[in-house]
Design a protein around this ligand. Structure first.
Ligand code: PNS
Length: 160
């Protein structure tokens, strides 16, 4: 059987303020399904991120420095436009718990309305990361707590 030469590309968007091992787990699972994953760091000024866009991008890029199939980019416009410009067929997102579903469902439905060709694909987070969120990481690190088992090693010095 002839193999299909088409590259399967997914965009994995987020604020990544900062990137956590939960996010890394989503990318690792996504790499089983896609040839290439573009991790897209959103400017997202509405969320009032703790780290500026460049710093968040650096944290993501450093976390995947050894993975040639992962590219880190930043963006400030519509996700579907970024996906088109990278030739992506899918948006990758992780689900931790039922509480994530409502927001993800709304976002996936809106993105489908904006681009019916782009599929949203969800992977389930590893059990030990279901409670990990960037918000908790910021809070715990800000109060001097240990987050070394919850974020990629390169992120630690940005939090200290
Ligand atoms: O990790 P987050 O903060 O939940 O990520 C949210 C993100 C960045 C995926 C979402 O805000 C987004 O896609 N922003 C880009 C603007 C856009 O395309 N909005 C329409 C989709 S609802």
């Amino acid at each position: 059987m002839k193999r299909n030469p088409i590259q399967r590309i997914a965009i994995y968007p987020g604020t990544f303020d900062p990137i956590t091992l939960g996010h890394v787990d989503v990318v690792t699972r996504g790499l089983k399904l896609f040839d290439q994953i573009v991790v897209a760091v959103a400017e997202n000024p509405g969320k009032g991120p703790m780290f500026d866009l460049d710093t968040r991008l650096h944290m993501v890029a450093e976390s995947f420095a050894n993975e040639v199939r992962v590219e880190a980019v930043q963006f400030s416009g519509l996700l579907v436009e970024l996906a088109r410009s990278h030739g992506a067929q899918a948006i990758l997102r992780g689900l931790r718990a039922a509480s994530d579903f409502e927001y993800e469902f709304q976002m996936a439905t809106m993105n489908r309305r904006l681009d019916a060709e782009l599929e949203s694909v969800f992977v389930m987070a590893r059990e030990d990361y279901t409670f990990v969120s960037s918000r908790f990481i910021r809070e715990i690190a800000g109060m001097g707590g240990d987050v070394s088992e919850l974020v990629p090693a390169p992120v630690l010095h940005y939090l200290s």
